[in-house]
Write a protein that binds this ligand. Structure first.
Ligand SMILES: C[S@@+](CC[C@H](N)C(=O)[O-])C[C@H]1O[C@@H](n2cnc3c(N)ncnc32)[C@H](O)[C@@H]1O
Ligand SMILES: [Zn+2]
Length: 649
């Protein structure tokens, strides 16, 4: 009885909304005819609301939807809003300089002045450089990080940022920058595209693609269902995203990739489809692959070897960034990361893409191999490139190596080698602050406000020039000692003259520029006051503790040992809002009892009851099965079946 009433309410509501839409366009006859058919069908739909968009989800589960991805969608909206603000700032700064030639080039080359006409030769592909553009615009700074040998940050080469390249921001010769055009390349229900269109002021056209007919039908239905704003802004097409992106080069200011599992097959065309200065947003949910459960598969998909370490989720982000950079470089393009996030069961990166034949020569300086000791927590980075100064100019050369001996200096065991990873900063500090400020100012417009503001706060406090991190618990487990409180360990690092911060990917992670021998010395001093039981001689911990510390650790509480968020008692790590908050199974794929741990017994029982008559039970892909087995990670792959889920967001 109750469900009959709910159905009626749903039908009336949908009738009213679709009626309003048709009325406003003068198609009442069509509406009545369509509603006859729709009314029969509507009982099979649920209305799902997220942010300001509503979608109709059919109970046949043919179209993918996962409510846990509200974090992903909210974060993307925050980045989009900030992008529009930044474009304005860049545009204003540009207008105020448009008559002046750009930077004088220190090496004597003159730079072409930039015109406001997008067709000007000055902003042709090979004459553009986001770095120069951003230097040329006050207050907008791009950090090009270079590492010299092992994880040491050295400032940019002047010549790199003041090269012959010219500014290219989407100016289009107007007083206002053109509204950004967005491509949601893998749209499913279209929810994300609808939210972008409805919630991001100043956004231009949003194109939603899917190669699945049912998904595009759902997109079109949902576009209408959301009224005139979305009808005028969002267009949905049935297409293979790879072909579409290849045939629409540099056409989109924002390209959003949100695939099942790995984005690797989409990257080559995606990096070509983004306009200069535009953003590529990219999700990867194949965490089992990226985190090293199957290193060879990771290498085949991303061109990097993962190593198993507590930092594996940050390494996953850095492997994805290195992969995108490598695809971009093929087309004389390069990336500038804005923000790179690990959340729930996936990684998502937001990078700007620029074109510059000279800037891509710096790529080796932004990449490193990782040596991970097999016996202890020690890891070391080996930069692929280095810079040399010759005759007043700076050139790139292959990095010096190896940075480690055959055997670990700390415990004597061997090293595994992983990478290459992106070892330059994975976030842009100014962008992070702007995104966080935007989120806080529009709190009520983010359904996942608590989560994304917590993640952004933690990211804003991360040391940006220190790749990867150590885990205090893991250090202690190697030494078999009790753990010092984090604040005590942090203090010792600060008192030794180094920096330390938390990590958004792991509440136990500590990022520091202190070398591994300093970290072990601090732990040796801790163990002197908190002795451990005798362990076998060949244990890594025993070997480490057998050495006398060179440094006398000072554990006195250092002023900066607590993060700002902790001082202000701001939440930084939130538990999942409900059980089985995680990946979902692919649209059209059948849910079986195997999915119980992932989706929860209720959903599985409900689904099995409904689909008991379906014959085929497809196997879950192998990497999905391994996904849950990764240490520290929750369920780590977006599963490949959809289920009917309502959201209360
Ligand atoms: C994980 S879902 C997208 C979810 C959606 N972005 C959201 O926020 O709800 C991935 C979608 O990609 C589509 N897809 C897979 N391969 C594709 C391709 N080559 N071209 C276009 N769409 C594709 C699938 O049909 C599926 O609907
Ligand atoms: Zn070691």
């Amino acid at each position: 009885m109750e469900s009959q009433v709910q159905k009626r309410v749903l039908i009336d509501r949908a009738n009213k909304k679709i009626g309003q839409f048709y009325y406003s366009f003068g198609y009442l006859g069509d509406w009545r005819r369509e509603m006859g058919a729709v009314e029969d069908e509507l009982g099979n739909y649920e209305i799902i609301k997220e942010g300001e968009a509503e979608i109709l989800m059919h109970s046949s589960n043919t179209v993918f939807f996962n409510k846990a991805q509200v974090y992903n969608r909210d974060m993307s909206i925050a980045v989009l809003r900030t992008f529009i603000d930044k474009q304005k700032e860049e545009h204003d700064a540009y207008l105020s300089k448009k008559k002046k030639p750009l930077n004088k080039i220190p090496n004597g080359k003159s730079s072409e002045p930039v015109t406001l006409d997008g067709s000007s030769s000055a902003i042709e592909d090979e004459k553009t450089n986001g770095a120069t553009a951003e230097k040329a615009n006050e207050g907008i700074e791009v950090q090009h990080t270079q590492y010299d040998g092992e994880a040491k940050y050295i400032p940019d080469r002047e010549e790199t940022t003041a090269s012959e390249e010219c500014i290219n921001i989407p100016l289009r010769g107007k007083q206002e920058p053109k509204a950004p055009k967005v491509l949601e390349a893998l749209a499913a229900s279209g929810l994300r595209a609808l939210r972008y269109a409805r919630e991001v002021e100043g956004i231009g056209k949003v194109i939603a693609l899917d190669n699945d007919k049912a998904s595009i039908e759902a997109c079109n239905r949902n576009i209408k269902f959301n009224g005139s704003v979305t009808c005028s802004k969002v267009e949905a097409y049935l297409a293979d995203a790879r072909v579409y992106m290849l045939t629409h080069q540099k056409e989109f200011d924002v390209v959003d990739l949100d695939p099942y599992g790995s984005p690797s097959v989409f990257l080559d065309s995606a990096v070509q489809s983004v306009a200069d200065g535009g953003i590529l947003m990219c999700t990867a949910t194949d965490m089992a692959v990226l985190c090293g459960n199957n290193g060879e598969v990771c290498h085949s998909k991303y061109g990097s070897y993962p190593v198993k370490g507590k930092y594996c989720h940050e390494m996953a982000l850095r492997i994805l960034l290195a992969c995108i950079e490598s695809h971009a470089n093929r087309y004389k393009r390069y990336i500038v990361p804005i923000i790179s996030v690990y959340m729930d069961f996936y990684v998502r990166v937001f990078v700007r893409i620029f074109t510059s034949a000279s800037a891509i020569k710096d790529t080796p300086l932004k990449l490193s191999y990782v040596y991970q000791c097999v016996g202890c927590d020690s890891f070391h980075l080996q930069s692929l490139g280095r810079t040399i100064c010759k005759d007043n100019s700076v050139k790139s050369a292959p990095g010096y190596g190896p940075v480690v001996p055959q055997e670990c200096n700390d415990c004597g065991k061997r090293f595994n080698m992983g990478g290459p990873i992106w070892s330059a900063p994975i976030h842009d500090k100014q962008w992070i602050n702007s995104i966080l400020a935007n989120v806080k100012a529009m709190k009520e417009r983010y359904p996942a406000y608590e989560k994304i503001s917590a993640v952004l706060t933690t990211i804003s406090e991360e040391l940006h020039n220190v790749p990867l991190f150590v885990s205090l618990h893991s250090l202690c487990s190697t030494l078999k000692c009790t753990s010092p409180p984090a604040v005590v360990f942090r203090s010792a690092v600060i008192n030794a003259g180094f920096q330390i911060s938390g990590s958004h990917v792991n509440p136990l992670g500590l990022k520091t520029d202190a070398p591994m021998d300093v970290i072990w010395d601090i732990m040796r001093c801790w163990v002197k006051n908190h002795p451990v039981k005798a362990q076998p001689q060949d244990n890594s911990g025993t070997v480490i503790l057998a050495k006398e510390p060179k440094l006398q650790a000072n554990f006195a509480r250092a002023a900066a040992s607590l993060s700002k968020a902790k001082v202000k008692k701001e939440v930084r790590y939130l538990p999942n809002p409900e059980r089985h908050w995680g990946p979902k199974v692919k649209a059209g794929r059948q849910i079986t009892s195997k999915h119980s741990s992932l989706l929860g017994p209720d959903i599985v029982t409900k689904s099995l009851g409904k689909e008991a008559e379906t014959e085929e039970v497809r196997e879950v892909e192998q990497d999905e099965q391994t996904a849950n087995s990764i240490q520290e990670g929750p369920a780590t792959k977006r599963q490949k079946t959809s289920i009917t889920v309502t959201t209360d967001c």
